[in-house]
Design a protein around this ligand. Structure first.
Ligand SMILES: NC(=O)C1=CN([C@@H]2O[C@H](COP(=O)(O)OP(=O)(O)OC[C@H]3O[C@@H](n4cnc5c(N)ncnc54)[C@H](OP(=O)(O)O)[C@@H]3O)[C@@H](O)[C@H]2O)C=CC1
Ligand SMILES: O=C(O)[C@@H]1CCC=N1
Length: 271
């Protein structure tokens, strides 16, 4: 199965690393189109074929999947260069990871009835722990959907949704979500330094604590609220901290506000 990846920036490269690292795609079967020299060289280091524009893709190439990972603002223009793979008689599936951009707009940029799958990935795909949410149009056959599902499964856990309107909420929770968690690691690490820990130890403890808590929450039969209570000794240190985090306007309110802002921005990007 040959795959064309259009745009190899933060998200495109995260997926590429996962696919090559897990052996899901042989590098020779992957063609990356990326205009920026540094990013193209970074992709080339993974052993894949690289191109600065769509024009230099081999004329005889019949990709099973074209995955477009460019910014939402340019995706319409970029897709026009790949319309040849959407002509009748072709069997290419188009995958877009662009935030906010609806399937009808993608179809419009390609050809009426082109098989399109919208995927909202996240950057932990680079290490096989992505959250990958897929939504397909009716033109995608079961066989085609299975091929995309198989590719996405190499990047992490796959969820399929039928209601495209939910993709903006998905984007706000899992697409942008790693940034919230990275910020938590930064903040915990900085707070550790502020109470006297050496830089290196504060950073390591913050990282391992987030990693360990997520791994434990994932494996445990208990829900996160129960696991939180198990850490919280009556009148102890955690209770003192949670009095701050769980006060009105605390962390839950802030996260709620942040997710709503991200969801609203996804809606705007789709206009
Ligand atoms: N970053 C993330 O965590 C996530 C991103 N996404 C989505 O992924 C998409 C890409 O985001 P991200 O990777 O962060 O953005 P980046 O800017 O890092 O990557 C996009 C790359 O595509 C290149 N590009 C522009 N035009 C073309 C073209 N015609 N052909 C091939 N490549 C082109 C850009 O080059 P140049 O800079 O020169 O324009 C850039 O290097 C967005 O639509 C975003 O919504 C989805 C989920 C998570
Ligand atoms: O910030 C963004 O718009 C993209 C989409 C989800 C994560 N990054």
């Amino acid at each position: 199965m040959s795959v064309v990846l259009v745009g190899c920036g933060n998200m495109g490269f995260a997926m590429l690393r996962g696919w090559i690292g897990t052996g899901t795609l042989p590098p020779g079967n992957v063609h990356v189109v990326e205009p920026l020299d540094t990013l193209r060289l970074r992709a080339e280091d993974q052993g894949v074929n690289v191109h600065s524009t769509a024009a230099s893709l081999p004329a005889a190439l019949a990709p099973a999947i074209v995955i477009v990972a460019v910014k939402p603002q340019v995706i319409g223009d970029v897709l026009a260069d790949y319309g040849r793979y959407a002509q009748p008689g072709r069997d290419t599936i188009f995958v877009s990871v662009a935030a906010g951009v609806r399937i009808d707009r993608l179809e419009h940029a390609l050809a009426p009835g082109a098989p399109v799958v919208r995927v909202m990935p996240n950057t932990p795909a680079a290490v096989g722990h992505g959250a990958m949410v897929m939504c397909a149009n009716p033109s995608v056959t079961d066989r085609q959907l299975a091929a995309v599902r198989q590719l996405m499964a190499a990047s992490g856990e796959v969820t399929e949704i039928a209601d495209e309107a939910l993709m903006d909420a998905v984007t706000a929770v899992s697409g942008s979500g790693p940034a919230y968690v990275f910020h938590l690691i930064e903040a915990l690490s900085e707070a550790g330094r502020a109470v006297g820990l050496p830089d290196e130890i504060a950073g390591r403890l913050a990282m391992q604590t987030v990693f360990g808590a997520a791994a434990y929450a994932r494996e445990s039969a208990d829900d996160p609220g129960t696991l939180r209570e198990q850490v919280t000794s009556p009148n102890g240190t955690t209770a003192a901290a949670l009095d701050v985090l769980m006060r009105p306007g605390g962390l839950a309110a802030l996260i709620g506000e942040a997710v709503t802002a991200a969801r609203d921005r996804a809606v705007e990007l789709g206009r």
